[in-house]
Write a protein that binds this ligand. Sequence first.
Ligand SMILES: NC(=O)c1ccc[n+]([C@@H]2O[C@H](COP(=O)([O-])OP(=O)(O)OC[C@H]3O[C@@H](n4cnc5c(N)ncnc54)[C@H](O)[C@@H]3O)[C@@H](O)[C@H]2O)c1
Length: 253
Amino acid sequence: MENPFHLSGKLAFITGGASGIGNAIARLFARAGALVTILDVNEEAAVQAAADCGHFAKGVACDVSDESSIARAFAAEGPCNILVNSAGIAHVGTVLNTTPADFDRLYRVNVRGTFLTMQAAIPAMQARGSGVILNLASIAATAGLPDRFAYSMTKGAVLAMTLSVARDLLADGIRVNCISPARVHTPFVDGFVARNYPGKEAETFAKLAAAQPIGRMGVPGEIALLALYLCSDAASFITGCDYPIDGGFFNLR
Ligand SMILES: NC(=O)c1ccc[n+]([C@@H]2O[C@H](COP(=O)([O-])OP(=O)(O)OC[C@H]3O[C@@H](n4cnc5c(N)ncnc54)[C@H](O)[C@@H]3O)[C@@H](O)[C@H]2O)c1
């Protein structure tokens, strides 16, 4: 029987694919037969990640918060069949101690970046009458997490954009979904623990792991498997959905 999750013949753009969840998605999609292009602000890491993927994957410099950078990358790489928006940045703070500059910085990458890459990818998908977009939201989109004001704002927006775009593109044969992971162990987590809880890294890490009822953080490969399903033709009946992948966070607390 043919593998129902294959991506042969698909050109897949993965933003933020140089690290963490995006990187696991890029590797798995390449193994599933996709021609993968990693778009990341860290060009060196993108090129290295693409080399690690093999299967003719490419690594391209792209700052998703900058429309000219996106226009350059999309013009050079051609129309994609699949767009995965995994580029994102973290922030720790409440409404009171978040600075306007940090609020704008988070917004520019996580919200504006997702908007701009969707806007760049969609016209060619419409012309073809097919396409898949998958955005990385978070449990922060729908749960009140402590100390995650600006980050939660961005992920709520990613969820809302996903639903809005899915609705508007129904007639174009373009499926649009998002994934909401709980804590996943990536450089993103290690980075913000080191930055925001210096001297308390091990304790904070244990607390973050225990926040998932299953007793641990997720690993990027687990998120990649859900992404593969949602971006493959096996999920042809799925659009306008947000998928929690959360170690029991929502239902078992
Ligand atoms: N790790 C988690 O616990 C977790 C949980 C829920 C949601 N998410 C979301 O998943 C996504 C990936 O997270 P991760 O943990 O893999 O992060 P990560 O830090 O490991 O990787 C993020 C990648 O995005 C790239 N990036 C950052 N700013 C960019 C920009 N302006 N343009 C292009 N690329 C840029 C970085 O260079 C990096 O390669 C993010 O959107 C994050 O919010 C993560």
